[in-house]
Ligand binder design. Sequence first.
Ligand code: GMT
Length: 374
Amino acid sequence: MKIGITCYPTYGGSGVIATELGKALALKGHQVHFISYALPFRLTHFVENVFFHEVEMSNYPLFEFPLYSLALASKMVEVAEYEKLDLLHVHYAIPHATSAYLAKQMLAGKRDIKVITTLHGTDITLVGLEPSFLPLVKFSIEKSDGATAVSRFLKEKTIINYSIEKDIKVIPNFVDTQLYKPNKDCAFREHLAPRGEKILVHTSNFRQVKRVTDAIRIFEEVLKEIPSKLILVGDGPDRSECERLCRQLGLCDHIKFLGKQDGLVDILNAADIFLIPSQSESFGLAALEAMSCGIPVVSSSVGGLPELIRHNETGFIAEIGDIRRMAKYAIDLLTNGKKHALFSENSRKRAVEYFDKSIVVPMYENYYEDILKE
Ligand code: GMT
């Protein structure tokens, strides 16, 4: 198949899934054309059958706001026509699904291109609900030839919030379990916790929905009982607030802000527990990557997290904002070696059995084939 993929090229789960999917499809012999305003950050090496098309933006004094959606639609038309694409797979509804709809209309009569939209999270649960976007998101999903959501939760939210009657297929996030795998000899651990302290890790884009300050407050409770360190990976709007909170709580010696990092596997392998206390999380790719490395997860009970994390089996789940309970769960795991080892094994097993890329990528491939047959 010849597939066009559009995603946000910056740090974030939807871009990771889109890029890893594209690379996996290319390795299976499909031709994959990424169309975006910058090279997706996970597209670091040459991969046969993978091409990148940059959406160029021109500035004109009259345009107070950049017209990216329109420039993207034009680029989609150009690539579809000259590269003879069979389908456009867009990740994150806004504005990608709308640009793809426009491109499809512009190609009518010349090329029958199918559009598949994958819904990832805040495109449905947050931004899409704003009155200025809601009718457009509904329209663009309904006009897509196929739509997928990364969890049952997100599918249901889409149907309810946007009164959508169209069938939405659930295809979960995936991970390369050969890459994200346990490595107990991780040298990094000594560097992060030189006195043998326990290590808690949180990775995110530090947006409000991630509730990173909850991770800090959970850690504060854990530290009262167990010598430990908190490693915060990533960057975003809430980082300054988090650093301020660390200073206020006197925790600066125990918390490390690593900022954006590429070597996540090593960092995860240094960890004993992964924290994800989000306000909203349609799937929780970061938690899956931790589980794949055999790290038990303590999370909030929101969105698709309970579809991924098995309470009292691979980790623990508590109500949003219930810092005490999450801390209690973390302490329980950190003080009970047998339980920790069992949860670690269960986490790895669940990632390998249900969410490995060899299982999930064919789900997309089969879905493409079904849509192309319609
Ligand atoms: O929706 C977002 O906040 C952005 C998106 C991203 O690009 O990081 O994250 C979502 O998509 C991921 C990949 O499908 C999911 O694993 C995340 O749970 C989801 N984030 C939220 O729902 C907050």
